[in-house]
Design a protein around this ligand. Structure first.
Ligand code: FNR
Length: 363
């Protein structure tokens, strides 16, 4: 059952990528253009650190799969792409491994092919401490993701219907494992209130994983005979909205959900993310073009991200968080409703210097 579901997810997620309209709420985030902000490319670094971890680049391959023969091959290729480009890489949910340890190899290949990379294990919020530790051990993981997927479970015919134990279990796991715990959504986003609660529960970082790309309400509906929950398609907050909402919370935030190109990566970093994850888009590239196409895509994205930082005067990814941003459309209404002052965002480079270039050096 689980392995069939994993194969269904891959098939439906790639079909969904092909059908995406091209637009999402990242389009309502614009960098204010400062014509003399540019710096020199050799002065630009892509390295980031947060929650006690250091990454060479602020881009990662986010959680997807494992648990079936086909997805084991996908994980092997994702691991090769991560190894060749230096991006961190997360496993899909390891529940299948707990149910059937004979599929361990479809997950452990992530580490075998990528011995020196940053690898993240992934469990659900009901996992026992023992299972969380087994997941980390199998991958010799550098961090543990716990996923929140209440909408997906609701639409999934065989999904869970009890969610109240999730928060205390997250606190238990976070206190017990030896690696940083990152709690992530799966494409419906996180509110400021959720992020604040997760900070209290002891997690080290969150990945808001918002609306705009892979939509698991749609995927699970695609597995139902009559798509009874079609009205839940598009549920949740966009990734840009979540990043804006979480800006004042003192907890490192990662971004994923609907990241389409290097400008969305730069926008996410400018909105406060420390790293930016991609799932569905990279999966599509891999399945349509093979591992060399995915390596090529990631290499181009990293090169272009450095080019954008050069243009915008940001020596580091973190410096992007001092660039002026203009928020428009529905995202602006969201900010009004949630008490987020968009005027401050559009003038923030002044707070640290007279230009973004100075802003980058002033701290
Ligand atoms: C996912 N995602 C996911 N997340 C997770 O925490 N555990 C999992 O097992 C999976 N499985 C999974 C399978 C497939 C095929 C896809 C495409 C995605 C969710 C993923 O990590 C991410 O949060 C969302 O997909 C949003 O990002 P994109 O796809 O819009 O870049």
């Amino acid at each position: 059952m689980t392995s069939q579901r994993k194969d269904d997810h891959v098939r439906l997620a790639v079909e969904q990528q092909r059908g995406l309209s091209g637009g999402n709420q990242f389009d309502e985030v614009s960098f204010l253009h400062h014509a003399l902000a540019g710096i020199d490319r050799p002065d630009v670094s892509l390295a980031v650190s947060f929650a006690g971890v250091s990454w060479p680049v602020p881009l990662y391959i986010n959680a997807m799969t494992g648990g079936s023969e086909k997805t084991g091959v996908i994980n092997r290729d994702l691991a090769i792409a991560a190894r060749e480009t230096g991006v961190p890489l997360a496993s899909g949910s390891m529940s299948a491994y707990f149910r059937d340890p004979s599929c361990a190899g479809t997950f452990s290949v992530l580490r075998e092919e990528n011995p020196d990379g940053f690898v993240v294990a992934n469990v659900n919020a009901t996992a026992s401490v023992d299972k969380a530790r087994r997941a980390v051990d199998l991958l010799r993981a550098d961090a543990l993701q716990i996923h929140l997927n209440v909408v997906q479970e609701t639409v999934m015919p065989e999904g869970d219907r009890s969610f109240s134990a999730w928060a205390p279990q997250i606190a238990t796991i976070a206190a017990a494992v030896d690696v940083p715990v990152i709690v992530k959504e799966v494409g419906f986003g996180m509110s400021r209130e959720t992020v604040l609660l997760l900070r209290e529960l002891g997690v080290r970082a969150v990945d808001v994983s918002g609306r705009g790309g892979t939509d698991f309400a749609r995927i699970e509906n695609g597995r139902r005979e009559f798509a009874e929950y079609a009205y839940l398609h598009g549920w949740g907050q966009s990734t840009a909205a979540c990043l804006l909402d979480a800006q004042q919370v003192d907890l490192p935030v990662l971004a994923s959900g609907g990241v389409r190109h290097p400008l969305d990566v730069a926008r996410s970093l400018a909105l406060g993310a420390h790293g930016v994850g991609v799932s569905g888009g990279f999966l599509r590239t891999l399945l349509e073009g093979g591992v060399s196409a995915l390596i090529g895509q990631i290499t181009v994205w990293l090169d272009q991200l450095a080019a954008l930082q050069t243009m915008l005067g940001a020596r580091t990814p973190t410096d992007l968080s001092h660039c002026d941003l203009v928020i428009s459309g529905e995202l602006r209404s969201f900010c009004d409703d949630r008490g987020i002052d968009t005027r401050l965002l559009a003038q923030r480079s002044r707070a640290v210097g007279s230009s973004p270039e100075l802003a980058g050096t002033a701290r």
